[in-house]
Design a binder for this molecule. Structure first.
Ligand code: PGA
Length: 235
């Protein structure tokens, strides 16, 4: 399984390094991908090189899809250390708070693939959309738009993250997750993750969903004990 730890805008450089060193000691056959803040990525990259740990990878939470130029405050992929393998794209916090459009998400995906990165593409419906029974349609629209010009799904991993579940403690039922995963898989047969309030307390209900390849964990990945439990439950 693939277990992603999205640290969002949490942990300063020292705290990130301390937690990452602990992650490097976690024994697992699964793959763990840590998404620290951009400011911490160099020190974690150095630590990863020293550790030579094959099961832990690093990813970037954000970048701008251009090689260089007048993009104040942005960072590009070529500036990153080489051992950053993954890019998180389309997270609902970036879509809603930073106004990233479907078009921009598509551009970011194409740019990341050109740079030989693996993409974790996040999709998910709001509570309003779910209530009117349009969740599947909404998610397929997001995917069709984001992956319009993608020729192969080889480096694309899809993360189903219902917006109403992120950081709220609310989780969909196993049936609801299974339905969405199956609908996605039918059109986009690739690795699919679930994300949204995943903890050591609720992960067991999802882990045997047939087409589910892993999890995207936010809050619980900031706590070593909780994250270790999550990883061990998936071993
Ligand atoms: P959460 O975040 O686990 O804190 O709900 C998940 C995410 O936003 O990726």
């Amino acid at each position: 399984m693939l277990i992603c730890a999205n640290w969002k805008m949490n942990l300063n450089q020292e705290e990130s390094l301390t937690l990452f060193k602990e992650f490097l000691k976690v024994k697992t056959a699964n793959e763990i991908v840590v998404f620290p803040t951009s400011l911490s990525i160099y020190s974690l990259s150095d630590e990863l090189k020293k550790a030579n740990q094959k099961n832990i990878k690093l990813g970037i939470q954000n970048f701008y899809p251009s090689e260089a130029g007048a993009f104040t405050g942005e960072i590009t992929i070529s500036e990153l250390p080489e051992n950053i393998d993954y890019c998180l794209i389309g997270h609902s916090e970036r879509r809603t708070i930073l106004n990233e459009s479907d078009y921009f998400v598509e551009e970011k995906i194409n740019f990341a693939l050109e740079k030989s990165k693996k993409v974790i593409l996040c999709v998910g419906e709001s509570i309003e959309v779910r209530k009117i029974g349009k969740a599947q349609e909404f998610i397929l629209n997001q995917l069709n738009s984001a992956l319009k010009s993608v020729k192969s799904l080889d480096n694309i991993i899809i993360a189903y993250e219902p917006i109403w579940s992120i950081g709220t403690g609310l989780v969909p039922t196993k049936t609801e997750v299974t339905e969405i995963i199956n609908v996605i898989y039918e059109k986009f047969p690739t690795q699919i993750l679930y994300g949204g309030s995943v903890t050591d307390q609720n992960i067991s209900q999802f882990k045997d969903i047939e087409k589910l390849s892993g999890f995207l964990v936010g809050g619980a990945s900031l706590n070593l004990e909780k994250f270790e439990k999550i990883v061990s439950m998936l071993n």
